[in-house]
Write a protein that binds this ligand. Structure first.
Ligand SMILES: NC(=O)c1ccc[n+]([C@@H]2O[C@H](COP(=O)([O-])OP(=O)(O)OC[C@H]3O[C@@H](n4cnc5c(N)ncnc54)[C@H](O)[C@@H]3O)[C@@H](O)[C@H]2O)c1
Length: 265
């Protein structure tokens, strides 16, 4: 408890899924959060539940002025911007490369990659002045490996890691940290839509996702929030430009290992 006392955060895509999990955990640890999301209904519902420690600002992450407003609201209401979580995301355009429509490609990249750029661009100068801050960019295991997402999604998530490493170099002398968190398949409406075709079928999705994990349990948003909590807190002071994969080893536990020893669930 209280690992984030006195800190204020903006969480894009904070109304649902992994972002919501992060908001809940951060508030439980003493932080104040701006929920920066396009989903007004889900955002207001979370505010009604969590109270004065959170504020909802309707934010489209591809809009530079919306991002600036969310960050300004954090400073005006909570006094600082200590943590910026660039999390909002969609699956985006899917299908073969030759069938990928340019406008759909550009919209996917705009949300997943340009949104992270805008959040980083406007959080950094504030943190530089404070001489402290943690920017956490939500990438994906699809940001470190091909074949785990569609082409545009995979491209954007790799780009998020490139941006993270690049800005970390500029930010480090100012005591600002920029790190990437790469969740493996995690229960949310996004994954429910992918694995069951119905974003509301969380139960069915959890069963399907869990069957793919060693140990038989898929991660939930709170599991990603635990990693984000470490990255946001002063405990990760020496972590900068890092890429933290949180997927129960799915990325590194190759099926080929079974040639050498059995992998038991
Ligand atoms: N769930 C997973 O398995 C998984 C794995 C790896 C990475 N991720 C990433 O984690 C992030 C969160 O995904 P999730 O699974 O929680 O999805 P989700 O659909 O449950 O939540 C996404 C949130 O982002 C918001 N959002 C979408 N487009 C937006 C926009 N243009 N502007 C502002 N807000 C917007 C939505 O309203 C929603 O609240 C995404 O970046 C996603 O790519 C998820």
């Amino acid at each position: 408890m209280n690992r984030l006392t006195g800190k204020a955060a903006v969480v894009t895509g904070g109304a649902r899924g992994i972002g919501e999990g992060i908001v809940r955990r951060f508030v439980a640890e003493g932080a104040q959060c701006v929920i920066a999301d396009i989903d007004v209904v889900a955002g207001e519902k979370l505010v009604a539940e969590l109270g004065d420690s959170v504020l909802f600002i309707r934010t489209e992450v591809t809009s530079e002025s919306d991002i600036v407003s969310a960050i300004n609201a954090c400073i005006t209401n909570f006094g600082s911007l200590d943590v910026m979580i660039n999390n909002a995301g969609v699956v985006g355009v899917t299908g073969s490369i030759e069938s990928t429509d340019l406008a759909d490609w550009e919209r996917t990249i705009a949300i997943l990659q340009t949104g992270v750029f805008l959040g980083t661009k406007h959080a950094f100068p504030i943190m530089r002045k404070q001489r402290s801050g943690s920017i956490i960019n939500i990438s994906s295991t699809a940001g470190v490996q091909g074949g785990l997402g569609a082409h545009a999604y995979t491209t954007a998530k790799h780009g998020v890691i490139g941006l993270t490493k690049s800005v970390a170099v500029e930010a480090a002398p100012h005591r600002v940290r920029v790190n990437a968190l790469c969740p493996g398949a995690t229960l949310s409406s996004l994954t429910a839509g992918v694995v069951t075709g119905d974003p509301d079928n969380l139960e069915g999705a959890y069963e399907r996702l869990s069957s793919k994990y060693v140990g038989g349990r898929a991660p939930k948003p709170e599991d990603m929030a635990n990693a984000a909590l470490f990255m946001a807190s002063d405990e990760s002071e020496f972590m900068n430009g890092a890429v933290l994969v949180v997927d129960a080893g799915k990325e590194t536990l190759s099926d080929r290992a079974q040639k050498f020893y059995p992998i038991e669930a």
